[in-house]
Design a protein around this ligand. Sequence first.
Ligand SMILES: NC(=O)c1ccc[n+]([C@@H]2O[C@H](COP(=O)([O-])OP(=O)(O)OC[C@H]3O[C@@H](n4cnc5c(N)ncnc54)[C@H](O)[C@@H]3O)[C@@H](O)[C@H]2O)c1
Length: 333
Amino acid sequence: MSKPQKTLLVTGGAGFIGSNFINYINRRYPDTEILLLDALTYAGNLDNISPKLKSNGHFQFFHGNITHPDIVNKLVSEADIVVHFAAESHVTRSIYDNSIFFETDVIGTQVVANAVVNHPVELFVHISSSEVYGTALTDPMDEEHPLNPMSPYAAAKAGADRLIYSYIHTYDLPAVIIRPFNNYGPCQHLEKAIPNFIVCALQDRPLTIHGDGQSSRDWMYVEDTCEALDRVLHTERDRVIGQAINLGTGTDTSVVDIARKILKALNKPESLLQFIEDRPGQVTRHISSTKKSHDCLDWKAKIDLDEGLDRTIEFYRNNRQWWEQGMKELWLP
Ligand SMILES: NC(=O)c1ccc[n+]([C@@H]2O[C@H](COP(=O)([O-])OP(=O)(O)OC[C@H]3O[C@@H](n4cnc5c(N)ncnc54)[C@H](O)[C@@H]3O)[C@@H](O)[C@H]2O)c1
């Protein structure tokens, strides 16, 4: 940021990527004012925020819902930049009970975007998802890939993504749409594949794999995402406003290979792999083009999969109390 004391409103910053992002921003720019708005659903946890940030006088937490215009308008009116992470984020949950996905991810995004129309900011960073694309029709998938969402979660995210696109064109919203591919790293809820595999392996429990495990994803370590978002905030505004930008590594790895890598790193037998029926609405392949993120942000992911997995395993090995809490809330159909 050109001025160090900018005020950043972060929605959903008590969740996985949002908390890693605000901790990262605070480490690099300790004077940035951070306003965190989070409903603290099962996925939000204030313990994810570093104690140093909580006590440095530049952080305020607001317990509230993005679908409530009063609090959203108040906070947006105090912000220079809005980074909008808040969402229901778990594909499997959306298959069994999807209303909350459309309420939070679409209506919530509409409320935040309307607040930005009413109280203009310098930049609105909308966190979309690679899930909006559905299965890869091209290798790699660039930002022009058709949007073929295959689960209610993906459809809700695609709705929000296109809502922001329409606001850019109708209301001149100074927004950029960011489409991260599959993130992993510290503080990710156990319902997601990588932390789930790690915790199961640590406890010698089976690692359940949908179908034959050959579906592949472009896995990105969360710190790389934080660095890319830092670039979004700091690059010239006209390089990003109005754009949709993928954040991925440009390589894909199958789910079963991820599980095998985790077992190997923890010295556990492959007999722990357990194959179950495939999930409906399964995306079979995701692989990101890295060209646009490089062109717009001068950025490329740095942390390779083995290093990222080692770091993530280290987190779950050393923070048992954190994930045991999450296990109580673990939801399985
Ligand atoms: N994790 C990934 O691999 C990934 C990949 C691509 C995109 N994304 C997107 O990135 C964003 C963050 O993902 P995540 O994995 O950190 O999610 P998460 O589920 O870990 O965190 C979501 C956060 O949003 C909060 N929240 C939910 N509903 C809310 C509401 N109505 N009002 C206010 N706060 C609310 C939760 O309490 C939680 O803190 C989401 O928009 C998600 O769709 C995630």
